[in-house]
Design a protein. Structure first.
Length: 220
């Protein structure tokens, strides 16, 4: 029986039109990097500070922090211009999961400051999800499993055999697999195709988080 569903945010539960990856690429380019599409795709779902460092090569810590601050500014402006929204059916699905006694946690490669501002825009609080784990809450971001483990800790779930993880990126799938989750679900609401996600270890591919209640035999 699934006791915890741990979900990514951007592209998985929230539609933000890829703004995070536009902001990431622009910040790296402004700092002197030349990332290609595949370079950016490789870091989808990752710790954004780590992504910037890797995309810039071997920059100084000061250069990484400057680019990270620039990324923050660009993403904040993008969200102000085009307000993020829950993906269709997600809020109904989250309510159905929680009504069935399943804990819901959000895990994200965003730091706490971005995450809190994003959740404020959405109006999501403890009445919508049970826990929120950000990349700066753990020693390492995806594909490390630590955010999944922290979500378990925060919700009182002790057995990974009762955990479902879902996300729209390769790194989401790798983190779920590395955590040993019972179900590692790829969703097709982000920037990756079924073929790209299907090439990674997973247990299921679904159109979106809205399909999770039916997948678990619940009524959304």
């Amino acid at each position: 029986m699934i006791e915890l569903v741990a979900l990514d945010i951007a592209g998985t539960t929230v539609q933000e039109n890829g703004a995070v990856y536009v902001a990431l690429r622009e910040a790296v380019e402004a700092a002197g990097g030349t990332p290609g599409d595949e370079d950016v795709r490789r870091w989808m779902g990752a710790d954004k500070r780590e992504a910037i460092a890797r995309l810039l090569g071997s920059p100084s810590p000061a250069a990484v922090e400057a680019a990270f601050s620039d990324f923050h500014r660009r993403l904040t402006a993008a969200y102000a211009a085009h307000r993020p929204e829950p993906l269709p059916g997600v809020e109904k699905a989250l309510a159905a999961l929680r009504a069935a006694g399943i804990k819901v946690a959000l895990t994200t490669g965003f730091d706490r400051r971005i995450t809190d501002s994003l959740l404020d825009l959405l109006g999501w609080d403890s009445s919508v999800v049970d826990a929120v784990v950000c990349v700066d809450d753990v020693p390492a971001g995806r594909p490390a499993p630590y955010m999944v483990f922290r979500a378990m800790e925060a919700t009182g779930v002790r057995d990974v055999a009762s955990v479902l993880t879902a996300g729209d990126t390769v790194l989401d799938l790798r983190a779920g697999t590395n955590a040993g989750a019972a179900m590692v679900v790829g969703v097709l609401t982000g920037g990756m195709t079924a073929a790209q996600l299907g090439a990674e270890r997973h247990t299921h591919l679904l159109p979106g988080v809205a399909d999770l209640p039916a997948h678990l035999g619940l009524t959304a």
